[in-house]
Write a protein that binds this ligand. Structure first.
Ligand SMILES: [Zn+2]
Length: 261
């Protein structure tokens, strides 16, 4: 195996992969990846993460692993279906692994105190993501956090991941978050038309959020996932004015979507 990306200088092959399933939207037999999912490893060391990602009993993997010093290793060929997303959904697609590429970033995660990502590592993730999006024509709004596609199960890569900086360098979809101010907000237990509108906007952007009109546990988890990625100054699952306005701005900034709200 030789690296598919020029950004990867070495390979650490994992046995944990399979064939992409389900066919592409263009009728192709094997779907091409059109999403990029970012993760943190959430383990105490890079060595432990490498061992787990190569252990056939663990049944997890990713296409690439980015070390804290910026070194990049490929673990699964891009053409293959790596096992990184698990039970997940985005824009109605439930087999996220078949439609995506996955990058694991060596980082201790929330359990390790959520330290900032090192500069060299962010630069490497940016370069790798830029290469993958260019070669596979992945749209910016489909570069996502694991927490975006699995909001009730996952928190990675976490609210310290510098999405704004990646966007400034041409990776991902982002608008400046609206400042937090006092005012009306919606939270767990609320119900009614404003909750329906909020849920519809979250679903329109891509989150797996049914429109029920009730601000339930699912809605709270999806709002928190949205905040982690797009309004990281406060991640509390409460839909305050800053959260809702940032979501509206983000939807308005989607290609071809601005006329729908
Ligand atoms: Zn993950």
């Amino acid at each position: 195996m030789t690296p598919d990306s020029p950004v990867a200088r070495r390979v650490l092959p994992s046995p944990n992969h399979g064939e992409r399933r389900g066919g592409g939207p263009d009728g192709a037999a094997v779907p091409r990846p059109d999403m990029l999912i970012l993760h943190y490893t959430g383990m105490e060391s890079a060595q432990a993460a490498v061992a787990r990602l190569r252990d056939p009993r663990a049944e997890v993997s990713a296409h690439y692993l980015v070390f804290e010093d910026g070194a990049v290793a490929q673990m699964v060929p891009e053409a293959r279906r790596a096992w990184h997303a698990g039970a997940a959904a985005w824009k109605g697609e439930r087999d996220v692994n078949s439609r995506s590429l996955g990058i694991e970033i060596v980082h201790p995660g929330h359990v390790g105190g959520l330290p900032p990502y090192p500069e060299a590592q962010v630069a490497a993730v940016t370069a790798l993501a830029r290469d993958l999006c260019a070669r596979w024509a992945i749209p910016p709004e489909r570069v996502l956090a694991h927490s975006d596609v699995a909001p009730e199960r996952k928190e990675d890569p976490g609210e310290v991941f510098p999405w704004a900086r990646l966007a400034a360098e041409g990776v991902g979809h982002f608008v400046p978050p609206v400042p937090i101010r006092d005012g009306r907000f919606f939270a767990r237990g609320d119900a009614g038309q404003p909750i329906e509108a909020l849920q519809a906007m979250l679903g329109l952007y891509g989150y797996d959020q049914p429109v029920t009109g009730v601000f339930d546990a699912r809605t709270q988890a999806v709002v928190a996932a949205f905040q982690r990625h797009f309004r990281p100054a406060r991640v509390d699952g409460v839909a305050d004015a800053s959260t809702i306005t940032t979501l509206r701005d983000l939807i308005a900034a989607l290609p071809g979507q601005g006329d729908r709200i």
